[in-house]
Design a protein around this ligand. Structure first.
Ligand code: NAD
Length: 450
């Protein structure tokens, strides 16, 4: 165990009792203000770091990294007082004469482990909820985006004492060391494989966990879809961050009746998107090689790969792939890159059965005008969230919980849902004039009729 991780954990833990008394709603809003200022003060460095780490265009950094953190802070600052308030609960027959309330209490000392794909947003977003709920935190950014990890460490050092929030940088070894400590809550964003490791480690201390994982999010284009709209949104969802987005459409099911009209539209829409700033690079040569190997395997198996431009190293051209078989890795694994398998269908029930045969995805998208079709898709499937005639945008709706289900995650983030993830809901029942004497022993001679 590295001394610094243990020292920081102990220091934070020692302050928990004192923090319960002093870290009230106004103090939390103040802490969030310190974070807001530090993020703004480092805006230039954030943009430069993400360009260095994987060539993320500035507009994308503003839209998908900085803006979501600032909105999460603004929302929490406005709402923290009402979120943190006790909830009164009305009496039941047997609790007549008592008063009941639920206190939303901080969990204590929390660990936040972040991935590399939105390295700033997914480290600081959960931290906002964590602080709003009155906790302290250790944040472990991803080692695959080292420049951004360094800026996150600077932002946190500028805003907080390490006994409230500390960043511990490092890779798997660091993460493993941290996971050995008895954190009160662990908020992990990353792959389902590592999610299992986190949950296993948490089980040792019975720490609670929120797992924001990934998966293969399907998109269905129905026979009555507005095709131009579908092309716009699928391009946006797939090409943002070069497809390295947990809720990017990962495979496309398109109805036979519209396939011929839709695919040229989608290709044209993607080509237009590529006229702007170069897309983000694939995060590392290893990740790019994996994506190329997925394409190669598909091509060798008889699939048709249609590339939009040419790739150079980690700068990868988007590709649409058709004539796949369900056994190909492109159809088995989360792709996490600018590759979109296209699967035609005639019978919606067969598509839904194919989706249901896989682990539950993080997002599911349907493009269609017919309400019955949309309802059938939603009712017959399960997923973390759903987008109807759009992609990805449900992530940024402040009032919606963001999270997966089973294989794609446990629990939810954002706004009040994030606040609750980092809170313990403590039940308090106080006796005022309870007349309930018959429950006291001795019970002889008494009958309780149910
Ligand atoms: P990852 O699971 O490889 O890594 C995530 C974090 O876990 C990193 O900080 C890493 O250092 C740490 N880690 C890696 N291996 C570990 C191990 N063996 N033991 C302990 N810690 C370990 O994920 P990634 O490659 O950074 O991110 C991509 C994945 O994250 C995709 O599956 C994607 O769908 C998912 N994701 C989910 C969300 C969401 O909100 N649900 C958001 C972004 C990414």
């Amino acid at each position: 165990m590295s001394q610094s991780a243990l020292t920081i954990f102990d220091a934070q833990r020692r302050l928990v009792p004192e923090r319960r008394l002093s870290f009230d709603a106004p103090a939390r809003a103040q802490a969030l203000e310190a974070l807001r200022r530090a993020v703004l003060d480092h805006e230039g460095q954030i943009i430069a770091a993400l360009a260095e780490d994987f060539g993320k265009p500035e507009a994308e950094v503003l839209l998908t990294e900085i803006l979501p953190v600032l909105s999460e802070i603004r929302l929490a600052q406005r709402k923290v007082k009402s979120w943190a308030r006790d909830r009164r609960v009305g009496p039941t027959l047997t609790s007549f004469g008592t008063s009941a309330r639920i206190r939303r209490e901080p969990r204590g000392v929390c660990l936040i482990i972040a991935p590399w794909n939105y390295p700033l947003n997914l480290a600081l977003g959960p931290l906002v909820s964590c602080l709003a709920a009155g906790n302290s935190a250790v944040v472990k950014p991803s080692e695959l985006t080292p420049a951004t990890s360094g800026v996150i460490a600077k932002i946190i050092a500028a805003a907080f004492d390490p006994d409230l929030v500390a960043v511990i940088e490092g890779g798997v070894e660091t993460s493993t060391e941290l996971l050995a400590l008895p954190f009160d809550h662990i908020f992990f964003t990353g792959s389902p494989e590592v999610g299992r490791i986190v949950m296993t480690a948490a089980a040792k201390h019975l720490s609670t966990v929120t797992l924001e994982l990934g998966g293969k999010s399907p998109v269905i284009v129905g026979p009555g879809a507005d095709l131009a709209q579908a092309a716009d949104w699928i391009t946006f969802g797939k090409l943002t961050n070069s497809g390295q987005t947990c809720i990017a459409p990962d495979h496309l099911f398109v109805h036979e009746a519209v396939r011929e009209a839709f695919l040229p539209l989608l290709r044209a829409r993607m080509a237009r998107a590529l006229e702007g700033a170069p897309m983000a690079r694939i995060v590392s040569p290893r990740h790019a090689a994996r994506l190329e190997s997925l394409l190669q395997e598909a091509e060798e198996g008889g699939a048709k790969v249609l590339r939009q431009g040419s790739s150079a190293g980690t700068q990868m051209a988007p590709a649409l792939v058709s004539a796949l078989t369900p056994q190909m890795r492109l159809e088995q694994e989360e792709i996490f890159g600018p590759i979109l398998p296209v699967i035609p269908f005639r019978d919606p029930a067969a598509v839904l059965a194919r989706i249901n045969a896989r682990p539950k995805p993080l997002a599911l998208y349907v493009f269609e005008k017919d309400r019955d079709f949309i309802d059938q898709v939603i009712t017959s499937t399960s997923s973390g969230g759903v987008g109807v005639n759009l992609t990805v945008l449900h992530y940024s709706h402040e009032g919606l919980p963001f999270g997966g289900v089973n294989h794609s995650g446990h629990g939810a983030a954002h706004g009040e849902w994030g606040f609750l993830a980092f809170s313990h809901q403590r039940a308090i029942l106080q006796n005022r004039f309870s007349p309930l004497r018959m429950i006291f022993p001795p019970w002889t001679g008494q009958r309780l009729r149910l």
